[in-house]
Design a protein around this ligand. Sequence first.
Ligand SMILES: NC(=O)NCCC(=O)O
Length: 350
Amino acid sequence: MSLDLPRRAFEAACQGDFELQGHGFEAAEEQMRRPQLVRVGLVQNKTPLPAEAPVVEQVSALHRRIEAIVEVAAMCGVNIICFQEAWTMPFAFCTREKLPWTEFAESAEDGITTRFCQKLAKKHSMVVISPILERDRDHGDVLWNTAVVISNSGAILGKTRKNHIPRVGDFNESTYYMEGNLGHPVFQTQFGRIAVNICYGRHHPLNWLMYSINGAEIIFNPSATIGTLSESLWPIEARNAAIANHCFTCAINRVGEEHFPNEFTSGDGKKAHQDFGYFYGSSYVAAPDGSRTPGLSRNRDGLLVTELDLNLCRQMNDVWNFKMTGRYEMYARELAEAVKPNYSPPILKE
Ligand SMILES: NC(=O)NCCC(=O)O
Protein backbone atom coordinates (compact mmCIF):
# COMPACT_ATOMS: atom_id res chain seq x y z
CA MET A 1 0.00 0.00 0.00
CA SER A 2 1.35 3.43 -0.82
CA LEU A 3 1.78 5.88 2.05
CA ASP A 4 0.80 9.54 1.73
CA LEU A 5 3.81 11.71 2.47
CA PRO A 6 3.80 15.52 2.65
CA ARG A 7 4.34 17.37 -0.59
CA ARG A 8 7.12 19.47 0.93
CA ALA A 9 9.01 16.24 1.68
CA PHE A 10 8.94 15.32 -2.02
CA GLU A 11 10.02 18.85 -2.92
CA ALA A 12 12.92 18.70 -0.48
CA ALA A 13 13.95 15.26 -1.78
CA CYS A 14 13.84 16.56 -5.34
CA GLN A 15 15.94 19.56 -4.36
CA GLY A 16 18.39 17.31 -2.53
CA ASP A 17 18.53 14.98 -5.54
CA PHE A 18 17.39 11.79 -3.80
CA GLU A 19 14.48 9.47 -4.29
CA LEU A 20 11.66 9.38 -1.73
CA GLN A 21 9.16 6.52 -1.54
CA GLY A 22 6.40 5.86 1.00
CA HIS A 23 4.68 2.52 1.63
CA GLY A 24 2.63 0.88 4.34
CA PHE A 25 1.71 -2.58 5.59
CA GLU A 26 -1.61 -3.22 7.28
CA ALA A 27 -2.54 -5.69 9.98
CA ALA A 28 -5.96 -7.02 10.94
CA GLU A 29 -7.88 -5.10 13.58
CA GLU A 30 -7.74 -6.67 17.05
CA GLN A 31 -10.11 -6.28 20.00
CA MET A 32 -7.53 -6.39 22.79
CA ARG A 33 -4.69 -4.40 21.27
CA ARG A 34 -4.53 -1.11 19.48
CA PRO A 35 -2.52 -0.96 16.23
CA GLN A 36 1.20 -0.49 16.95
CA LEU A 37 2.15 1.82 14.12
CA VAL A 38 5.77 2.71 13.54
CA ARG A 39 7.44 4.46 10.63
CA VAL A 40 10.88 3.28 9.60
CA GLY A 41 13.26 5.14 7.29
CA LEU A 42 15.89 3.33 5.22
CA VAL A 43 18.68 5.45 3.74
CA GLN A 44 20.89 4.45 0.82
CA ASN A 45 23.53 6.80 -0.53
CA LYS A 46 26.67 7.24 -2.59
CA THR A 47 29.82 8.64 -1.04
CA PRO A 48 29.70 12.34 -2.01
CA LEU A 49 33.49 12.84 -2.23
CA PRO A 50 36.13 10.68 -3.95
CA ALA A 51 37.99 8.19 -1.75
CA GLU A 52 41.20 10.24 -2.22
CA ALA A 53 39.74 13.26 -0.40
CA PRO A 54 41.00 13.92 3.15
CA VAL A 55 39.30 11.65 5.71
CA VAL A 56 37.81 14.49 7.71
CA GLU A 57 36.31 16.06 4.57
CA GLN A 58 34.74 12.77 3.49
CA VAL A 59 33.19 12.21 6.93
CA SER A 60 31.92 15.75 7.06
CA ALA A 61 30.40 15.53 3.55
CA LEU A 62 28.62 12.32 4.55
CA HIS A 63 27.32 13.93 7.73
CA ARG A 64 25.91 16.84 5.68
CA ARG A 65 24.31 14.47 3.18
CA ILE A 66 22.68 12.35 5.87
CA GLU A 67 21.55 15.41 7.80
CA ALA A 68 19.61 16.59 4.73
CA ILE A 69 18.00 13.18 4.22
CA VAL A 70 17.09 12.89 7.91
CA GLU A 71 15.37 16.31 7.72
CA VAL A 72 13.07 14.85 5.06
CA ALA A 73 12.57 11.69 7.12
CA ALA A 74 11.42 13.91 9.98
CA MET A 75 8.90 15.64 7.70
CA CYS A 76 7.58 12.14 6.90
CA GLY A 77 7.13 11.26 10.58
CA VAL A 78 9.86 8.61 10.66
CA ASN A 79 10.34 7.08 14.12
CA ILE A 80 13.37 4.84 13.45
CA ILE A 81 15.99 5.51 10.81
CA CYS A 82 18.82 3.26 9.69
CA PHE A 83 21.83 4.16 7.54
CA GLN A 84 23.87 1.82 5.35
CA GLU A 85 26.78 -0.32 6.59
CA ALA A 86 29.94 1.68 7.44
CA TRP A 87 28.10 4.79 6.33
CA THR A 88 30.82 7.30 7.23
CA MET A 89 33.35 5.98 4.73
CA PRO A 90 33.95 4.45 1.31
CA PHE A 91 33.79 0.64 1.47
CA ALA A 92 37.58 0.42 1.34
CA PHE A 93 37.98 -3.08 2.75
CA CYS A 94 38.61 -4.43 -0.74
CA THR A 95 42.00 -2.69 -0.78
CA ARG A 96 43.57 -4.54 2.17
CA GLU A 97 45.46 -1.29 2.90
CA LYS A 98 45.39 -0.01 6.45
CA LEU A 99 45.99 3.73 6.04
CA PRO A 100 44.08 5.88 5.50
CA TRP A 101 41.03 3.64 5.83
CA THR A 102 41.46 2.72 9.50
CA GLU A 103 41.39 6.45 10.23
CA PHE A 104 37.66 6.36 9.58
CA ALA A 105 37.21 4.25 12.73
CA GLU A 106 35.59 6.01 15.68
CA SER A 107 34.51 5.34 19.23
CA ALA A 108 30.94 4.00 19.35
CA GLU A 109 30.42 5.84 22.64
CA ASP A 110 31.77 9.31 21.95
CA GLY A 111 33.07 9.51 18.39
CA ILE A 112 32.08 12.48 16.23
CA THR A 113 29.55 10.40 14.32
CA THR A 114 27.82 9.12 17.44
CA ARG A 115 27.65 12.66 18.80
CA PHE A 116 26.28 13.84 15.44
CA CYS A 117 23.62 11.10 15.49
CA GLN A 118 22.67 11.88 19.09
CA LYS A 119 21.91 15.45 18.04
CA LEU A 120 19.80 14.23 15.11
CA ALA A 121 17.96 11.74 17.32
CA LYS A 122 17.11 14.35 19.92
CA LYS A 123 16.18 17.05 17.44
CA HIS A 124 13.77 14.81 15.53
CA SER A 125 12.77 12.46 18.38
CA MET A 126 13.90 9.63 16.13
CA VAL A 127 15.72 6.41 16.94
CA VAL A 128 18.94 6.40 14.89
CA ILE A 129 20.83 3.25 13.84
CA SER A 130 24.34 4.27 12.89
CA PRO A 131 26.55 1.52 11.42
CA ILE A 132 30.21 2.58 11.68
CA LEU A 133 33.73 1.25 11.73
CA GLU A 134 34.32 1.20 15.48
CA ARG A 135 37.60 1.71 17.28
CA ASP A 136 37.36 0.08 20.69
CA ARG A 137 39.72 2.10 22.88
CA ASP A 138 38.99 0.07 26.00
CA HIS A 139 40.07 -3.18 24.35
CA GLY A 140 43.46 -2.55 22.77
CA ASP A 141 42.19 -0.09 20.15
CA VAL A 142 40.81 -2.93 18.02
CA LEU A 143 38.36 -2.33 15.18
CA TRP A 144 34.87 -3.72 14.80
CA ASN A 145 32.06 -3.42 12.30
CA THR A 146 29.43 -1.98 14.62
CA ALA A 147 25.99 -0.42 14.65
CA VAL A 148 25.32 2.13 17.37
CA VAL A 149 21.68 2.42 18.40
CA ILE A 150 20.60 5.81 19.70
CA SER A 151 17.27 6.35 21.42
CA ASN A 152 14.90 9.11 20.33
CA SER A 153 15.87 10.86 23.58
CA GLY A 154 19.41 11.21 22.23
CA ALA A 155 20.84 8.68 24.72
CA ILE A 156 22.92 5.77 23.46
CA LEU A 157 20.89 2.57 23.88
CA GLY A 158 23.85 0.36 23.03
CA LYS A 159 25.76 -1.20 20.21
CA THR A 160 25.81 -4.43 18.27
CA ARG A 161 28.54 -5.94 16.09
CA LYS A 162 28.67 -7.77 12.78
CA ASN A 163 28.75 -11.45 13.65
CA HIS A 164 29.79 -12.90 10.31
CA ILE A 165 32.74 -11.57 8.33
CA PRO A 166 32.66 -12.27 4.58
CA ARG A 167 35.39 -14.25 2.92
CA VAL A 168 34.10 -13.83 -0.60
CA GLY A 169 35.27 -11.83 -3.62
CA ASP A 170 36.86 -8.49 -2.76
CA PHE A 171 35.18 -8.34 0.64
CA ASN A 172 38.50 -8.51 2.49
CA GLU A 173 36.96 -7.41 5.75
CA SER A 174 38.77 -10.03 7.80
CA THR A 175 41.91 -7.89 7.30
CA TYR A 176 40.31 -5.18 9.41
CA TYR A 177 38.11 -6.70 12.13
CA MET A 178 36.97 -9.90 13.74
CA GLU A 179 33.57 -11.51 14.10
CA GLY A 180 31.44 -9.61 16.63
CA ASN A 181 31.49 -10.70 20.27
CA LEU A 182 28.26 -9.14 21.52
CA GLY A 183 25.84 -11.91 20.55
CA HIS A 184 22.36 -10.93 19.41
CA PRO A 185 21.22 -7.89 21.42
CA VAL A 186 17.74 -6.49 20.97
CA PHE A 187 17.00 -2.85 21.72
CA GLN A 188 13.75 -1.83 23.39
CA THR A 189 12.79 1.51 21.89
CA GLN A 190 9.69 3.61 22.39
CA PHE A 191 8.54 2.36 18.98
CA GLY A 192 9.18 -1.37 19.31
CA ARG A 193 11.96 -3.91 19.79
CA ILE A 194 14.67 -3.71 17.15
CA ALA A 195 17.88 -5.52 16.19
CA VAL A 196 20.60 -5.06 13.59
CA ASN A 197 21.93 -7.93 11.47
CA ILE A 198 24.84 -6.36 9.61
CA CYS A 199 25.25 -7.21 5.90
CA TYR A 200 26.78 -10.68 5.43
CA GLY A 201 24.80 -11.89 8.46
CA ARG A 202 21.76 -12.01 6.17
CA HIS A 203 23.11 -15.20 4.57
CA HIS A 204 22.93 -16.94 7.96
CA PRO A 205 19.39 -17.97 8.89
CA LEU A 206 20.45 -18.73 12.48
CA ASN A 207 21.69 -15.18 12.88
CA TRP A 208 18.24 -13.79 12.00
CA LEU A 209 16.68 -16.46 14.20
CA MET A 210 18.65 -15.45 17.29
CA TYR A 211 17.56 -11.79 17.04
CA SER A 212 14.01 -13.01 16.66
CA ILE A 213 14.30 -15.46 19.57
CA ASN A 214 15.49 -12.52 21.67
CA GLY A 215 12.33 -10.62 20.80
CA ALA A 216 13.12 -8.39 17.80
CA GLU A 217 10.05 -7.16 15.94
CA ILE A 218 12.06 -5.30 13.31
CA ILE A 219 15.49 -6.46 12.14
CA PHE A 220 17.55 -3.96 10.14
CA ASN A 221 20.14 -5.26 7.68
CA PRO A 222 22.49 -2.41 6.74
CA SER A 223 24.64 -3.69 3.87
CA ALA A 224 27.24 -2.95 1.22
CA THR A 225 27.05 -5.43 -1.60
CA ILE A 226 27.61 -5.52 -5.32
CA GLY A 227 25.66 -6.66 -8.35
CA THR A 228 27.80 -9.42 -9.76
CA LEU A 229 27.98 -11.15 -6.41
CA SER A 230 24.62 -10.92 -4.70
CA GLU A 231 21.89 -9.17 -6.66
CA SER A 232 20.07 -12.43 -7.34
CA LEU A 233 19.98 -13.24 -3.60
CA TRP A 234 19.03 -9.75 -2.43
CA PRO A 235 15.23 -9.86 -2.96
CA ILE A 236 14.96 -13.27 -1.30
CA GLU A 237 17.06 -13.36 1.84
CA ALA A 238 15.63 -10.57 4.00
CA ARG A 239 12.15 -11.39 2.76
CA ASN A 240 12.50 -15.01 3.71
CA ALA A 241 13.85 -13.99 7.11
CA ALA A 242 10.72 -11.87 7.72
CA ILE A 243 8.53 -14.87 6.95
CA ALA A 244 10.59 -17.40 8.91
CA ASN A 245 10.83 -15.22 12.02
CA HIS A 246 7.41 -13.50 12.08
CA CYS A 247 9.04 -10.07 12.05
CA PHE A 248 9.72 -7.12 9.74
CA THR A 249 13.11 -6.93 8.02
CA CYS A 250 14.72 -3.86 6.46
CA ALA A 251 17.36 -4.50 3.79
CA ILE A 252 19.59 -1.50 3.02
CA ASN A 253 22.35 -1.34 0.42
CA ARG A 254 24.62 1.49 -0.71
CA VAL A 255 24.67 2.78 -4.29
CA GLY A 256 27.24 3.67 -6.90
CA GLU A 257 30.86 2.90 -7.64
CA GLU A 258 33.79 3.79 -5.42
CA HIS A 259 37.27 4.13 -6.89
CA PHE A 260 40.42 3.71 -4.84
CA PRO A 261 43.83 5.29 -5.43
CA ASN A 262 45.76 2.01 -5.70
CA GLU A 263 45.04 -1.09 -7.73
CA PHE A 264 44.23 -4.39 -6.02
CA THR A 265 43.63 -7.89 -7.34
CA SER A 266 40.82 -10.29 -6.53
CA GLY A 267 43.05 -13.35 -6.40
CA ASP A 268 41.22 -14.82 -9.39
CA GLY A 269 43.86 -14.36 -12.08
CA LYS A 270 42.01 -11.36 -13.50
CA LYS A 271 43.52 -7.91 -13.96
CA ALA A 272 44.16 -5.59 -11.04
CA HIS A 273 41.52 -2.89 -10.69
CA GLN A 274 40.64 0.13 -8.55
CA ASP A 275 36.96 -0.34 -7.81
CA PHE A 276 34.78 -2.81 -5.96
CA GLY A 277 32.05 -3.07 -8.56
CA TYR A 278 28.55 -1.61 -8.55
CA PHE A 279 26.63 -1.19 -5.29
CA TYR A 280 23.08 -1.66 -6.51
CA GLY A 281 20.95 0.01 -3.81
CA SER A 282 17.46 -1.59 -4.07
CA SER A 283 16.73 -1.17 -0.36
CA TYR A 284 13.35 -2.57 0.75
CA VAL A 285 11.20 -3.62 3.71
CA ALA A 286 9.66 -7.09 4.06
CA ALA A 287 6.72 -8.02 6.29
CA PRO A 288 6.05 -11.22 8.27
CA ASP A 289 3.20 -12.15 5.92
CA GLY A 290 5.68 -12.38 3.02
CA SER A 291 4.73 -9.10 1.35
CA ARG A 292 7.34 -6.44 0.68
CA THR A 293 7.71 -2.85 -0.50
CA PRO A 294 9.10 -2.00 -3.90
CA GLY A 295 12.83 -1.37 -3.77
CA LEU A 296 14.54 1.99 -3.95
CA SER A 297 16.47 2.77 -7.13
CA ARG A 298 19.54 0.76 -8.23
CA ASN A 299 21.57 3.90 -8.76
CA ARG A 300 20.23 6.90 -6.85
CA ASP A 301 20.44 8.03 -3.26
CA GLY A 302 17.14 7.41 -1.57
CA LEU A 303 14.92 7.40 1.50
CA LEU A 304 12.31 4.67 1.87
CA VAL A 305 9.63 5.49 4.45
CA THR A 306 7.46 2.55 5.50
CA GLU A 307 4.67 2.37 8.05
CA LEU A 308 4.44 -0.94 9.88
CA ASP A 309 1.82 -2.25 12.26
CA LEU A 310 3.81 -4.44 14.64
CA ASN A 311 0.63 -6.36 15.48
CA LEU A 312 1.23 -8.23 12.23
CA CYS A 313 4.18 -10.07 13.86
CA ARG A 314 2.02 -11.83 16.45
CA GLN A 315 -0.82 -12.31 13.97
CA MET A 316 1.49 -14.23 11.63
CA ASN A 317 3.00 -16.10 14.57
CA ASP A 318 -0.49 -17.28 15.55
CA VAL A 319 -1.22 -18.42 11.98
CA TRP A 320 2.02 -20.26 11.26
CA ASN A 321 3.38 -21.02 14.76
CA PHE A 322 7.00 -21.32 13.66
CA LYS A 323 8.16 -20.41 17.17
CA MET A 324 5.87 -23.06 18.63
CA THR A 325 6.68 -25.80 16.12
CA GLY A 326 10.44 -25.07 15.90
CA ARG A 327 12.38 -27.93 17.54
CA TYR A 328 14.94 -25.65 19.16
CA GLU A 329 15.88 -28.06 21.94
CA MET A 330 16.54 -30.78 19.42
CA TYR A 331 18.60 -28.46 17.17
CA ALA A 332 20.52 -27.14 20.18
CA ARG A 333 21.36 -30.65 21.32
CA GLU A 334 22.39 -31.81 17.85
CA LEU A 335 24.36 -28.65 17.07
CA ALA A 336 26.21 -28.94 20.38
CA GLU A 337 27.32 -32.41 19.25
CA ALA A 338 28.03 -31.42 15.62
CA VAL A 339 30.58 -28.74 16.59
CA LYS A 340 32.70 -31.19 18.59
CA PRO A 341 35.95 -32.19 16.82
CA ASN A 342 35.22 -35.91 17.15
CA TYR A 343 31.65 -35.64 15.83
CA SER A 344 30.45 -38.36 13.53
CA PRO A 345 27.28 -37.46 11.55
CA PRO A 346 24.47 -40.03 11.82
CA ILE A 347 24.61 -41.20 8.22
CA LEU A 348 23.07 -44.61 8.01
CA LYS A 349 24.43 -47.00 5.41
CA GLU A 350 23.37 -50.37 4.16
N1 LIG B 1 29.52 -5.99 3.45
C1 LIG B 1 29.47 -7.31 3.31
O1 LIG B 1 29.50 -8.05 4.28
N2 LIG B 1 29.37 -7.78 2.05
C2 LIG B 1 29.54 -9.14 1.73
C3 LIG B 1 28.85 -9.53 0.49
C4 LIG B 1 27.43 -9.85 0.68
O2 LIG B 1 27.05 -10.28 1.76
O3 LIG B 1 26.67 -9.68 -0.26
